[in-house]
Design a protein around this ligand. Structure first.
Ligand SMILES: Cc1ncc(COP(=O)(O)O)c(C=O)c1O
Length: 396
């Protein structure tokens, strides 16, 4: 029997795999299933970006690029960082990556030694704990409960930081909760961080998708800039998930290390996608506000529907495109005779009996909740919410 390496064996199977399998099976059988599981905008990539990619192909930009990405794109990103956030970066402080996901992994691997610890607020994006483990480090979970708006407090941070913690991950706006830190909240967290030597990984991939609040970036705080690993990309803001372009902005020495690593692992992010991303950063951005206005309508709708279901508790998201309601009131009840004890079982019940897909909170380190995405049409949202309401009300 084949035995995988220790490194690979320790990666957990995604908790949603069983559900995805179930969903695929139902669809194969011709069952009309609707799902609120999407982690990507349902909008099409803007035409001007597609055109830029087509032009790049015709011009023959179809060869290897420098490992850290084409200079023009790195420069466009420094200009974008300056315009959006007033942050001064040099192209030598930027590396273009195969999606923000690979930027996160490489940032962790660049600063963590084996057995270092990484402070990870929960609920967290599913890939963080596995990436930390793959990098040889250990996640230390910091619970950010619903009562605190799913945000860590300065007191929590002060108590949790110690010499073994090399890095903290702050995902703002958050997947899965949609929580967005205010400037005051960030200020008090930065006060704590500034007095320590910990690296700060800021995953701000949802920065442009915010509702009723201004987004404040960690780029604003010069006291931690030297230790800041800033991650962003085109996937969510420009509806470009499949193009696989993200970036990391950080100290030159970190970028130089990642350039070597990337050069030996992926060579470079896809050349054509880099030209598409160049157009995204340099071109017209009205697409974003139109998309966010549409998300805002769906967010209102979903909130009303959720508030109409007895027992559900929910903090409306300030950013990203997810709701993360507390559904623990339904645990201990029975669905079609089967007891429901956790978020996975609740999602299995909803899918099997009511043909609607949601993502269990256990995948994000909070088993009392489920994640519902509104990156889908109003028509699907309505249908899905009818089924969720019916399913939850049917529990006994
Ligand atoms: C918080 C967070 N970070 C990073 C990513 C990865 O983005 P990309 O598709 O650019 O790799 C995602 C995608 O779902 C995400 O939700």
């Amino acid at each position: 029997m084949i035995k995988l390496s220790q490194q690979f064996s320790q990666i957990s199977e995604s908790q949603t795999v069983a559900l995805s399998g179930m969903m695929a099976e139902l669809k194969r059988d011709g069952v009309d299933v609707v799902a609120l599981g999407a982690g990507e905008p349902d909008f099409d990539t803007p035409d001007s970006i597609k055109e830029a990619a087509i032009t790049a192909i015709h011009k023959g930009y179809t060869k290897y690029t420098p490992a850290d990405g084409i200079f023009e794109l790195k420069q466009a990103i420094t200009e974008w960082l300056a315009d959006e956030y007033g942050a001064e970066y040099d192209p030598s402080q930027i590396v273009i990556t195969c999606g923000a996901k690979h930027a996160v992994y490489q940032a962790i691997a660049a600063v963590c030694n084996p057995d270092d610890q990484v402070l990870l607020p929960a609920p967290y994006w599913v890939s963080y704990p596995e990436q930390i483990k793959l990098a040889g480090a250990h996640p230390v979970i910091l619970p950010a409960k619903q009562e605190q708006g799913f945000k860590v407090t300065p007191e929590q941070l002060e108590n949790a930081l110690n010499d073994r913690i090399k890095l903290i991950i702050l995902n703002n706006p958050s997947n899965p909760t949609g929580a967005v830190y205010s400037e005051t909240e960030l200020n008090s967290l930065v006060d704590v961080l500034a007095s320590k030597s910990v690296f700060v990984l800021a995953d701000e991939i949802y920065d442009k998708i915010v509702f009723k609040s201004n987004f404040v970036s960690l780029l604003k705080f010069s006291s931690i800039r030297e230790r800041l690993l800033l991650i962003n990309g085109v996937s969510k803001s420009f509806a470009m998930t499949g193009w696989r372009i993200g970036f990391l902005a950080a100290d030159k020495s970190i970028i130089a290390g990642i350039r070597k690593f990337q050069g030996h692992t992926t060579s470079n992010p896809a050349s054509v996608s880099q030209y598409a991303a160049l157009q995204a950063y340099r071109g017209d951005k009205t697409f974003i506000s139109k998309m966010v206005a549409e998300f805002a309508k769906r967010r209102e709708y979903l909130y009303d529907r959720l508030m109409n279901i007895a027992g559900i508790e929910c903090v409306p998201p300030q950013g990203a495109f997810y709701f993360f309601p507390d559904v623990s009131v339904f645990f201990g009840k029975k669905g079609n005779g089967q007891p429901i004890k956790n978020s996975l079982q609740l999602c299995q019940y909803l899918l099997q009996e009511h043909k609607v897909g949601a993502v269990p909170g256990s995948a994000f380190g909070m088993d009392t909740h489920v994640r519902l995405s509104f990156a889908t049409s109003m028509e699907i949202l309505e249908k899905a919410m009818d089924r969720i309401e019916e399913g939850l009300n049917a529990l006994q």
